[in-house]
Each structure stands twice: as structure tokens, then as C-alpha cells.
Write a protein that binds this ligand. Structure first.
Ligand code: AQP
Length: 359
């Protein structure tokens, strides 16, 4: 029986500087995955405009951020020649498939999305339709390449589950048609065997930094939109700034615990230990073995030195690259052309499956 070709897809919104959470939760893991997989990495600019213009900053800011995020991918070690790097809006098929998915996904499914509730806040009536339908576009981003694996931070888990629900409903609704056109791969759906066109994409989530928390509040996720710059380490921060932010990071007054269970109910300590573990490719238990019982006055300088050693080379590359806009733009153009060939192949099939006439 044939199976879906393994393919990795992921994206980041160009809504501001990338931070340590984006890096440890996503981009750094993308770099590792490119060793043994075909990968497509996307700057999802269409997602960036789902909030008010005052939030995303307008056209010039969007263009600057798109180039900066691309520079961050390259500085972090993404290979844009071997793999594909592009900005989403260049490949029109994402939006085209998103429309089909708007007609597959149910209102009830989207009503459950916690990110919409968080971002829309109390004024839901005033939120854009785009912000509400965002997960359908995200499903299209992934499935227009029939990607099988998506490395993301834990905050994206619910959207990945929705992507699977959309794929499943499309496969079931059109199973006969998919079989008639010979476009399916035989898969199990409950007790039934059906002809699936889309894979049920696997999220790749995990490790000690799947959810990096704010340095000012260990119960809130580190985020680009937090008004306090001290809450996050930006990938563009210089050495002094990184050290200062770690020195000022909120902690409790206890020393680090001597076993990992001691991190429960200590969100700030747990977060800093998780960051250390991710930066050294180990786990939290390993960090506790080395630092258990130590005061933060010992642990924080060690963490600051480590973060500087790992992040400063990326920051210096990131300061250099965006100045070369011609190079960044050529990477995105080339990646967009290669992505569009793959996306159009899927869309030709989708149009036939749904019943849209085409030449
Ligand atoms: N704090 C985090 N810890 C681990 N992973 C994270 N990611 C984001 N924040 C963390 C992961 O980074 C990837 C890209 O995220 P995004 O820019 O597309 O969207 P986001 O989750 O909305 O990022 P922010 O920083 O939280 O932006 P704002 O403040 O605009 O909402 C994703 O894989 C995400 O999981």
C-alpha cells in the first residue's frame, strides 16, 4: 500500500522580532529536521494581517518584518537551497485552498479555538473574519503540500488538531470522488477503509522548550506582542541585553530544587531550567543534576553565558543579512517559485475532486 511522502512544513508570522520561544519551540527544531527530511519553511505574511493595522504596523513594517524573519531563518541555519523558504502570499494556492476549507470546517470547531478567544479579547464582534478563520488558512498552508509533519510550539497544538479534522472531513466527504479519480491513498477511518487525498498531519511538539514562558511572568507564554521587552529575549538582542534580561528575570527566593518534581508550582524556575536544557540539548532532569540546590545568583549567570554563546552568532548574522534586501528577496522569490509548482499540483487535484471546471 502506498503512503504519503514524508514532508515537513512550518511557518512563522512576520509580526515582529523573533524571540527565544519562536527559536527554541520552532526554528531550532526546523534546522534539526532538515538533515533527514524535505522541508518547506514559510513566512506566513497573510496571517500577519489578521489583526488591526495598528497592531501589525502597515505595509512598510510588514515588508521589513518579512525580510527580518527570513534573515532569522537563514541566520539560524535553514538551508534555503536544499529546502524551500518563501513568503506565503506569493503562492496564491494557499488562499485558494483556504476557501475550500472555509466550506469544510464547521463554525463549532472554530468557536473552540483558544487563540482566537485570547487575541479577540472581550471585543469579539470587532475581530476580523480573518482572525476567526485563521486556522483554516493554516490548514491550507500545510495541506496544500500534503505535509506529513509540522514542528511547532505547544501553543499551536489545537490548530494542528483542527488541521487533522479538516483533512479527515475532506477525505470522508469526497472519498468516492477521490477513488473515482484514482487520487487516493488507502487509509483507515474508524472501522472503514477510505481513499484519502490529504494526510492526517502529525504535530512535532516536545522537548523542554515546547512552551517558553515570559521572563516576567512564568504563567504567560513568551510572546512578540507582550508590551514588556524584558519579558522576552529577541533574536536580535546583543550580549549585554541578553545578560541583563536573564539577570532581571523574575524568580522566587528558593534555591533550585534537588529533584525535578521540585519544579512543580515554581513556573519561573521551571521556565529557566527548561531554557537551559533546550540550549544544551539535554532535559530538565540533567540541568537539575548539575544545578540542584544552587541559588539563582549562580544559575542565572551560567544561563546568561550559555544564552549569549548560543544566540550572539545568530544575532550578528541577523544584523548583517536584512541590509542585503536583494539577496533576501531573491531567496523568497526562488522559494516561492518552487513552492508554487508543488502547490499547484495539489490544487489541480483539489479542483477536480470538488468539481470546479478547469482547463
Ligand atoms: N513562547 C513560545 N514557546 C515555544 N514556542 C513558541 N512559538 C511561539 N511562541 C512560543 C512557536 O513559534 C512558532 C511561530 O509562532 P508565530 O509567530 O507564528 O505565532 P505566535 O505563536 O502567535 O507567536 P507569538 O510570539 O506569540 O506572537 P504574538 O505575540 O503575535 O501572538 C510557532 O510554531 C509557535 O508555536
Amino acid at each position: 500500500m502506498s503512503t504519503f511522502e514524508p514532508l515537513v512544513f512550518s511557518g512563522v508570522q512576520p509580526t515582529g522580532n523573533l524571540h527565544l520561544g519562536n527559536y527554541l519551540g520552532a526554528v531550532r527544531r526546523w534546522v534539526a529536521l532538515q538533515e533527514n527530511n524535505n522541508c518547506i519553511y514559510c513566512v506566513v505574511d497573510q496571517h500577519a494581517i489578521t489583526q488591526a493595522v495598528s497592531v501589525w504596523g502597515g505595509p512598510a513594517e510588514l515588508q521589513r518584518n518579512t525580510r527580518e524573519v527570513t534573515a532569522a531563518f537563514l541566520a539560524a541555519g535553514i538551508d534555503a537551497e536544499k529546502h524551500i523558504v518563501f513568503n506565503q502570499s506569493r503562492v496564491r494556492q494557499h488562499a485558494e485552498l483556504a476557501w475550500v476549507f472555509n466550506c469544510i470546517a464547521r463554525m463549532g470547531w472554530l468557536n473552540r479555538m483558544t487563540q482566537f478567544k485570547d487575541k479577540a479579547g472581550k471585543d469579539r464582534e470587532n475581530a476580523s473574519v480573518g482572525l476567526f478563520a485563521y486556522p483554516n488558512l493554516m490548514a491550507a498552508d500545510i495541506l496544500v503540500y500534503r505535509a506529513t509533519h509540522v514542528p511547532v510550539g505547544e501553543d499551536q497544538k489545537q490548530h494542528l488538531e483542527l488541521t487533522r479534522d479538516i483533512a479527515q472531513k475532506f477525505n470522508t466527504d469526497f472519498s468516492d470522488r477521490i477513488a473515482e479519480l484514482g487520487l487516493g491513498i488507502e487509509t483507515q477511518s474508524g472501522d472503514e477503509t477510505i481513499q484519502s487525498f490529504f494526510p492526517l498531519t502529525e504535530p512535532v511538539i516536545g522537548g523542554p522548550a515546547a512552551r517558553v514562558m515570559s521572563l516576567r511572568d512564568g504563567t504567560k507564554k513568551m510572546s512578540k506582542s507582550d508590551p514588556s521587552d524584558l519579558s522576552r529575549i529577541n533574536l536580535t538582542d546583543d550580549e549585554d541585553t541578553i545578560s541583563k534580561k536573564i539577570r532581571k528575570a523574575k524568580t522566587d527566593s528558593e534555591p533550585l530544587p534537588s529533584d525535578i518534581e521540585g519544579l512543580n508550582d515554581r513556573p519561573e524556575a521551571d521556565n529557566l531550567v527548561g531554557i537551559y536544557a533546550a540550549l544544551t540539548d539535554t532535559d530538565k532532569a540533567g540541568v537539575i543534576r548539575d544545578f540542584g540546590g544552587q541559588q539563582f545568583s549562580v544559575f542565572k549567570p551560567a544561563l546568561a553565558d550559555l544564552a549569549v554563546a548560543k544566540l550572539a552568532p545568530i544575532a550578528s548574522e541577523m544584523r548583517r543579512l536584512p541590509a542585503d534586501t536583494a539577496y533576501i528577496d531573491s531567496v523568497l522569490k526562488n522559494g516561492g517559485e518552487r513552492a508554487a509548482i508543488l502547490a499547484e499540483k495539489t490544487m489541480r487535484n483539489v479542483r477536480d475532486i470538488v468539481g470546479f471546471l478547469q482547463d
